[in-house]
Write a protein that binds this ligand. Structure first.
Ligand code: BJW
Ligand code: ZN
Length: 231
């Protein structure tokens, strides 16, 4: 860390687990109770927009009551310690922003924004009054959460920023990510191919554990603050 000029941090649902936000996979994961095909695809939304909206409302309520944890704050503290830095997150919960991080690329969108299916307008969730579900835009179009579902393209600008950061960094930390969902899962491997030192922080092994330079088996909230203190 001391000799790196450019740090890229990739985070997944595991970093918010210690805040009390459920992960997707694993024993307490959301996908144990809910089927991704019925909730996190455009087909699912078209079939049953009410069900999908209610699921996101349930998760918004969960997220609004939790706080960033020591891992989010540790990453915030790293932001200014490098000549170049980018936090690439798959999370939609906004906890990194609430911890003070600024240089963020949100690959899968943000649950606190909505997007109109007709005019494309992005709006703050605070503007929505749930008089009807699904809610409508001023133009009359249906609103959806501004997140990326399976089979949908990631926001192009943000993805290219993330690819660029993975390609150019000297050090990449992959924290709390299962390394199963593409294209995010390829970022640590892209960094490795370009000569970066790659460290994974996760209590469980993942498909990339054997390939990275260091795989630290531990919770993000334990490991990251210690790494930052020793930097
Ligand atoms: C801890 C911890 C602690 C626990 N500390 N760690 C190539 C091959 C095969 C399939 C594909 C492929 N390319 C694309 C696909 C299809 C698909 C995909 O990857 N499928 C795989 C599942 C097989 N990808 C897509 O569809 C993507 N789109 C795409 O590629 O488009 C192409 C295209 C181009 C042009 C036009 C059109 C299309 C989009 C993916 C979108 C993912 N969306 C979701 C939902 C977001 C909204 C919402 O939240 O509702 O994103 S799915 C869900 O998974 C969410 C997450 O961001 C994402 C990743 O999950 P994550 O973060 O890794 O969490 P978990 O739960 O999996 O893991 C948690 C980890 O934390 C675990 O490892 C724990 O051990 C660990 N942990 N406690 C540290 N305390
Ligand atoms: Zn509209």
């Amino acid at each position: 860390m001391r000799s790196s000029r450019f740090l890229t941090v990739l985070t997944g649902a595991g970093i918010s687990a210690e805040s009390g936000v459920p992960t997707f996979r694993g024993k307490d994961g959301l996908w144990r109770k809910f089927n991704p095909q019925e909730l996190a695809t455009m087909d699912a939304f078209m079939r049953n927009p009410r069900l999908v909206w209610e699921w996101y409302e349930y998760r918004r309520k969960l997220i609004q009551d939790v706080q960033p944890n020591p891992a989010h704050y540790a990453i915030k503290d790293l932001e200014d310690g490098f000549e170049e830095f980018l936090l690439v997150t798959q999370n939609i919960d906004g906890l990194h922003q609430r911890a003070g991080s600024r240089k963020i690329a949100e690959l899968h969108g943000n649950i606190w924004r909505n997007r109109c299916l007709r005019c494309g307008r992005i709006s703050d969730h605070k503007e929505v009054y749930l008089r009807e579900i699904p809610p409508k835009c001023a133009c009359g179009g249906t609103l959806r959460p501004d997140v990326v579902w399976f089979g949908e393209a990631l926001p192009q600008e943000i993805l290219s920023q993330a690819l660029q950061a993975a390609q150019s960094c000297n050090l990449l930390l992959s924290v709390g990510a299962s390394a199963l969902v593409q294209p995010a899962a390829s970022l640590p491997l892209l960094a490795l191919r370009n000569g970066a030192f790659v460290v994974e922080i996760n209590p469980e092994p993942t498909p990339i554990s054997e390939r990275v330079n260091e795989s630290i088996r531990g919770k993000a909230g334990d490991v990251l603050p210690r790494l930052v203190k020793r930097q």
